[in-house]
Design a protein around this ligand. Structure first.
Ligand SMILES: *Cc1c(COP(=O)(O)O)cnc(C)c1O
Length: 267
C-alpha cells in the first residue's frame, strides 16, 4: 500500500457489487475493523490523521436484529436515507440510548417533524423551505441539529443538492435558523468506474468549502466534509473527507437498486 500513489486508488469495482452479509456480532466487528483499516491506509496515503475521519455506518434496509448486532459490535451512530424508516427504527430501538440516528437522504418538508424529533444529524440540506420546517419543529422539540449542506458536484440531474454557485447565499441565509448547526458540506460523487471523475467531485467539494470559508458567517467554520460511500470512500478520504457514509461494505449488498434512493439513476 505504501508505494501506491494517491492518484492510483480506484473506486471499488463494485459500485453495485457483492458485499457479503454480516450475520453475527463477531462478523460485524471484523467488518468494522476492515473498513477502519482501509480508512487508516487512505489517511496514511494522504498524510492525514485517522482520528480526523469519522465512519458513519449506513443501515438503510437493514432489519432490527442486524442493527442490534452492529450496535453490539460498536456502532454508535447510524445513517438512514428515508425519514420514515429512521423514525420507525429509532422508536423500535429507543432502548439503545447511546445510538445516534443520522438522516442522510433527501427530505421533504412534510417529513421534517420526523428528522427534528429523532435525528442528531442531517446530511442533505439543500432548500430553505426545509431549513425553515426543521427550525420550527426543532424549536418545538427544544432540540438542535447538526446539518451538512448538500452540493451537487457531479452536475448529474439525478443528484439532489445545490449547484455549487448557490452555496454561498444559501449559507448566509441559514444564519436565520439557530437550531441548525452548520457543520460543513456533503456530496454524492458521480457513479462511475472512472476514478478521476469520482475524485474530481470530491476535490470540487473541498475546493468549494475552502472558498466558502473565506466569507462564511461568523461562527460557521465548515470543518466537515461528508463524502464517500462503500465504493469510493478511500478516494474521498484522500480528497479531505471528514465523514464517510458506508453501508454495504459493513452490512452487505442491498437488494434495492440505488434508483430507489436517487431518482433517475439506472438500477
Ligand atoms: C445508502 C447511502 C450511502 C451508503 O451507500 P453504500 O453503497 O451502502 O455504502 C451513503 N450516502 C447516502 C446518502 C446513502 O443514501
Amino acid at each position: 500500500m505504501r508505494d501506491t500513489p494517491a492518484h492510483a486508488t480506484q473506486p471499488r469495482a463494485a459500485l453495485h457489487g457483492h458485499y457479503p452479509h454480516a450475520q453475527s456480532v463477531a462478523e460485524f466487528r471484523q467488518r468494522l475493523v476492515a473498513v477502519q483499516d482501509r480508512i487508516a491506509a487512505a489517511c496514511a496515503r494522504a498524510g492525514r490523521n485517522p482520528a480526523d475521519v469519522r465512519l458513519l455506518p449506513v443501515s438503510k434496509t437493514i432489519d432490527e436484529a442486524h442493527i442490534r448486532m452492529a450496535h453490539a459490535a460498536g456502532c454508535r451512530a447510524l445513517g438512514e436515507n428515508k425519514p420514515q424508516e429512521l423514525a420507525t427504527k429509532a422508536e423500535a430501538m429507543a432502548d439503545l440510548t447511546d445510538l445516534r440516528w443520522c438522516a442522510i437522504g433527501h427530505l421533504q418538508t412534510n417529513k421534517a417533524r420526523l428528522v427534528a424529533r429523532f435525528a442528531h444529524e442531517f446530511h442533505a440540506l439543500d432548500r430553505l423551505r426545509v431549513a425553515e420546517a426543521l427550525e420550527r419543529r426543532l424549536q418545538a422539540e427544544g432540540r438542535g441539529l447538526d446539518v451538512y449542506v448538500q452540493v451537487n458536484t457531479s452536475g448529474e440531474a439525478s443528484k439532489w443538492g445545490l449547484p455549487p454557485e448557490e452555496a454561498a447565499p444559501f449559507l448566509r441565509a441559514l444564519g436565520a435558523y439557530p437550531a441548525l448547526r452548520v457543520r460543513g458540506l456533503m456530496t454524492l460523487a458521480m457513479f462511475s468506474a472512472d476514478a478521476d471523475r469520482v475524485r474530481a467531485c470530491f476535490a470540487g467539494l473541498r475546493t468549494l468549502r475552502d472558498r466558502l470559508r473565506q466569507d462564511a458567517p461568523a461562527g460557521m467554520t465548515l470543518d466537515d466534509l461528508s463524502m464517500g460511500m462503500s465504493g469510493d470512500y478511500e478516494i474521498a478520504i484522500e480528497e479531505g473527507a471528514t465523514v464517510v457514509r458506508v453501508g454495504q461494505a459493513i452490512f452487505g449488498s442491498r437488494a434495492l437498486p440505488d434508483s430507489h434512493y436517487w431518482p433517475g439513476m439506472g438500477g
